[in-house]
Structure formats: structure tokens, C-alpha cells
Design a protein around this ligand. Structure first.
Ligand SMILES: NC(=O)c1ccc[n+]([C@@H]2O[C@H](COP(=O)([O-])OP(=O)(O)OC[C@H]3O[C@@H](n4cnc5c(N)ncnc54)[C@H](O)[C@@H]3O)[C@@H](O)[C@H]2O)c1
Length: 257
């Protein structure tokens, strides 16, 4: 019989650092890890939102740290990683690279994308995860885990979103190189590619968000933030210790890759 208390202690003594955790999926990851007994550090450009997430983590009975980070800024990334490592007693066991520009990325034909917005999207969504792994690297012990957030949109090639889709495709490519380099130290690096998920940001994208894509998914229902959390918990757990460089699509069976 599975031990019902085991899940609670899975993260005991381990520290997870979730970026972009002022709300949305980042907040759901933070609470999900807290429920598994991890101590949880969260950071975001929006430090007030991150502090609110930390309160939710504490409400689950877990230790929490929150702060500000701009993942595009090497100094900010380094400072945040150092502060989280201190919170974690000198180590960061799991890094979830969740921060991104998402619903605020303009949808337009490729001819009309503003080159400055292109640069900004790449800076946050692609350079950001690299800078965070670079900053966290000295604090990642053997057996540590990195989880990068991609998107299932790269498989459908969503029109009029070239910069966002390209940035998330880059995350998958980057995950493979990181897996090889950090694998030498026993660290796994994987990506999650969620389908359209009903975060607050997603509701801002369209009027009929609840129904978007539901008829094309095997499970015929919309994705909630909590639907994505299990994949991150699995990739952080000992159950996935021999899985690296992979991308898990979590979309209720919409894209088959
Ligand atoms: N919601 C979806 O349908 C969906 C689908 C596929 C992938 N994703 C990915 O999941 C992640 C979370 O999505 P979400 O729906 O919760 O969106 P969200 O906009 O709520 O979360 C993104 C967070 O990143 C933060 N952020 C932005 N720029 C930052 C920076 N420079 N430094 C630090 N933090 C910064 C934002 O403040 C925000 O809190 C993103 O990587 C997104 O691309 C979302």
C-alpha cells in the first residue's frame, strides 16, 4: 500500500526556487512543492506578488523566501540565486525557470512584429532561463534538478506569435545542452510544454478562454494551473532521476509529438 504521508515528506530538507511566481503557474508550482514538504523560494519582477505567494506557501506549513528578480539582468539573477542558496542552507535543489513574457506578447503577423519587442521576448524567455541556471549553478548540488518552462505552442506553430513561439522552441534546445553539461554533475535538466492553461494571464488573452482548444484535446476539458504542477513535482522527484534533456507535453492529449 502506498504511504499517504510519503508525498508530504518527499521534499523534506530540499529547497525549490521558482521564478516568475507572483501568480499564475509559478504560484501553483510554489504551493504544490510546499504541499510535498519542500521549502520554497519565489522571485519575480513583481516582488509584492511573490511575497503573497510566499504567504500561501507558509499557509501550507512550509518555509518560504520571496524576493525580486529580473531574469534578464545577470547581477539580479546572481544576487537572487545567492539569497536563495543562503535560505536553502547553501544549496538550491530544484530550479523552476518559469518567468516569461507570455500574454503580454503582442500577437501580430511576422511582418509587423516590433524588433524591440522581439529582443525583449528573447531576453526574458530565452536569455533569462540561461542567466538563472548560470547564477544557480554554483549552488546546485549533485542530484539537483532544473525544470524549464517551454510551451506546447511550439508544436502547433501558433500563427502571429513568432517571437513567443521561437523563444519557447529555444528553451527546448537549450534544455538539451544544459542537460549534457550539468549531467556531468548528476544534475537533470528537463522542460515542460503546457498547452493553453487557464491562468489569470490566459483569461486576458481571449474572451472565450474556458473553451479554447477543449474540443481538440483527448480529455475534452480545459487545463487548470494545477494540471501542470504534477509534471514539475515528478521532474524534481527521485522517480525521474534517469530522465534528462526531455520535454513533457502537458496538454490533456492535444499534441502528439
Ligand atoms: N498559461 C498558459 O497557457 C501557458 C502555456 C504554455 C506555457 N506557459 C508558460 O508558463 C509560464 C507561466 O505562465 P503564466 O500563464 O503563469 O503567465 P504569467 O504572466 O502569470 O507568469 C509569468 C511571470 O513571469 C514574471 N516575469 C516576467 N518578466 C520577468 C522578468 N524579467 N524577471 C522576473 N520575472 C518576470 C511576470 O511578472 C509573471 O509573474 C511562462 O513561462 C509561460 O510562457 C504558459
Amino acid at each position: 500500500m502506498p504511504d499517504p504521508g510519503a508525498a508530504r515528506t518527499e521534499g523534506a530538507g530540499r529547497t525549490v526556487f521558482v521564478t516568475g511566481a507572483a501568480g499564475g503557474l509559478g504560484r501553483s508550482f510554489a504551493v504544490g512543492f510546499a504541499q510535498r514538504g519542500y521549502q520554497v523560494a519565489v522571485a519575480d519582477l513583481n516582488s509584492e506578488g511573490a511575497a503573497e505567494t510566499a504567504e500561501l506557501v507558509r499557509a501550507e506549513g512550509a518555509r518560504a523566501w520571496s524576493g525580486a528578480v529580473d531574469v534578464t539582468d545577470p547581477v539580479s539573477a546572481t544576487d537572487a540565486a545567492a539569497a536563495v542558496a543562503e535560505f536553502g542552507g547553501g544549496r538550491i535543489d530544484v530550479l523552476v525557470n518559469n518567468a516569461a513574457m507570455y500574454a503580454n506578447v503582442t500577437r501580430s503577423p511576422l511582418e509587423d512584429i516590433d524588433p524591440d519587442e522581439w529582443d525583449r521576448v528573447m531576453a526574458v524567455n530565452l536569455k533569462g532561463p540561461w542567466l538563472m541556471v548560470r547564477a544557480a549553478s554554483p549552488h546546485l548540488p549533485e542530484g539537483a534538478r532544473v525544470v524549464n518552462m517551454s510551451s506546447a505552442t511550439i508544436y502547433s506553430g501558433s500563427e502571429q506569435w513568432l517571437h513567443y513561439v521561437a523563444s519557447k522552441g529555444g528553451v527546448i534546445a537549450m534544455t538539451r545542452v544544459m542537460a549534457k553539461e550539468l549531467g556531468r554533475r548528476g544534475i537533470t535538466v528537463n522542460a515542460i510544454a503546457p498547452g493553453f492553461t487557464l491562468t489569470e494571464a490566459s483569461y486576458g488573452l481571449m474572451s472565450d478562454a474556458e473553451n479554447y482548444g477543449v474540443d481538440r484535446g483527448a480529455l475534452r476539458r480545459a487545463s487548470q494551473p494545477e494540471d501542470i504542477v504534477g509534471a514539475a513535482l515528478f521532474l524534481a522527484s527521485s522517480d525521474s532521476s534517469f530522465i534528462s534533456g526531455q520535454t513533457i507535453v502537458v496538454d490533456g492529449g492535444r499534441q502528439f509529438i
